[in-house]
Design a protein around this ligand. Structure first.
Ligand code: PA5
Length: 423
């Protein structure tokens, strides 16, 4: 299902090796809900919970949108949009047949970005899925105001039928507006933080609108969480969590998540939030960064090979690509590439991956390999479950509460004060 390869770390580990005893203890604390933040561990049960409670409603809303609109605007920031965007970019590299275009708004304060989306939608029919657990986050709230007004102008009294609000079940400004306006509502569960919410309606509704088979995602996720419950050093989540904690203890404070698939870019953004927000606190934590290979080898390769020796690399790969393409033969070999003629791009890429690993390891960059079977619905589910579980275990191993984010409030306080928000 998921394979973790630590061969590129061996020389950096020293004699001790990863601390699987600590990984085991952290896993126990997580599953027995005895650690800090235990009230936010509902994500472990999400796949089955959602199947039981909300899947039908999510699918029916998605079908409604797919049947009538050319575009869906997903309004949200951080954990309220990165998972859906990651999934859609990973799995729908081309717009799927019969699927509306999906736009992501409310993840910043750029007027140009907002206006480009509005211009792109033009006169097309569209729906809005506003996602905010708190309902008070400024960026999505402002964009939502803009799109609400556009819907009102376009659909008049029927505008309310084009709004789907994913928010807290019982409280908050967005919840209250949804109730009073009669918008269809979906739940961000109380016991699930934003960055762990992709397998709830937060991620599932936009994914289903984009044409992703969310039933397959949920089934594969339930299976994956069962498989990762293994209490042994064979557990890939333990291997990854324990390896990164050992590397951190040896001075490798930056993790570069790299993938050779350009479609992985927003999954890497999702991963950065997951790990950064979960582990960066109390003055400690691995800094999560991401790279797209091979493109970034031509811009960041020098730094990785030769810069400060404080980075390790986690390389995500998929065992089989979805399509194939062979290098064509060229008469006369004008570009001197016929030595590769007939070879699949996949195979050239696999060789490049090995070559990069050897060069970086020799240059002092430890390498962790994480491979998934396929870049499909099941592969996406396995990836999410693997990284979520490993993150919680790694966070507990480092002694932090992996489920809070007190530091995020500091800039908000300043910003609201400077903007003159009434008390
Ligand atoms: O993980 C988190 O909690 C954050 O990234 C939130 O998802 C983000 O700040 C958006 O918050 P909200 O959903 O309340 O608008």
């Amino acid at each position: 299902m998921v394979k973790v390869d630590l061969s590129g770390c061996a020389t950096f580990f020293g004699s001790s090796g990863p601390d699987y005893g600590a990984a085991s203890a952290a896993h126990r604390v997580l599953s027995e809900k005895t650690g800090p933040g235990a009230e936010f561990t509902g994500w472990l049960c999400l796949p089955r919970e959602i199947r039981r409670n909300e899947l039908k409603a999510v699918l029916s809303a998605a079908n409604k949108i797919r049947g009538r609109s050319k575009a869906l605007v997903v309004v949200g920031i951080g954990g309220s949009y990165l998972g859906a965007r990651g999934a859609i970019e990973l799995l729908c590299t081309r717009q799927r047949p019969g699927s509306p275009r999906v736009y992501f708004a409310g993840n910043g304060l750029s007027a140009d970005y907002l206006n480009d989306i509005i211009a792109d939608i033009g006169d097309d029919d569209f729906d809005v899925n506003v996602i905010s657990k708190s309902g008070t986050t400024l960026e999505p709230a402002l964009s939502f105001r803009v799109f609400r007004e556009l819907l009102r102008k376009k659909y008049g009294a029927n505008a309310r039928k084009h709004i789907f609000a994913t928010t807290d079940a019982n409280r908050g400004v967005l919840h209250d507006m949804a109730v009073s306006e009669g918008w269809e509502r979906f739940i961000v569960p109380d016991d699930v933080g934003g960055r762990y919410s992709v397998l709830s309606a937060v991620g599932l509704l936009p994914m289903a609108v984009a044409g992703i088979d969310i039933s397959v995602v949920l089934d594969a996720a339930a299976e994956a969480f069962d498989a990762f419950d293994l209490r042994s050093p064979e557990n890939p989540a333990w291997q990854y969590a324990a390896a990164r904690q050992l590397l951190y203890s040896k001075g490798y404070g930056i993790e570069l998540l790299a993938c050779y698939e350009p479609s992985f870019r927003f999954m890497a953004e999702w991963w950065k939030q997951l790990y950064g927000e979960s582990e960066g606190k109390n003055g400690i934590g691995i800094f999560p960064a991401s790279l797209e290979y091979t493109a970034d080898l031509h811009s960041m390769g020098q730094y990785i090979q030769d810069g400060p020796r404080s980075m390790f690399e986690t390389v995500v790969s998929f065992e089989k690509s979805l399509t194939e393409h062979a290098v064509p033969f060229a008469m006369g070999d004008p570009d001197k590439l016929n030595y590769l003629a007939g070879r699949q791009f996949d195979s050239v890429c696999a060789t490049a991956r090995e070559a990069v690993k050897a060069a970086h390891v020799a240059g002092g960059v430890p390498n962790i390999g994480v491979s998934f079977e396929r870049r499909d619905e099941a592969g996406f589910a396995q990836l999410v479950c693997f990284f979520e579980l490993a993150c919680a275990i790694s966070g507990y191993m480092s002694g932090v509460n992996p489920f809070n984010q007190p530091g995020v409030e500091a800039y908000k306080k300043n910003m609201f004060k400077m903007l003159g928000k009434p008390e």
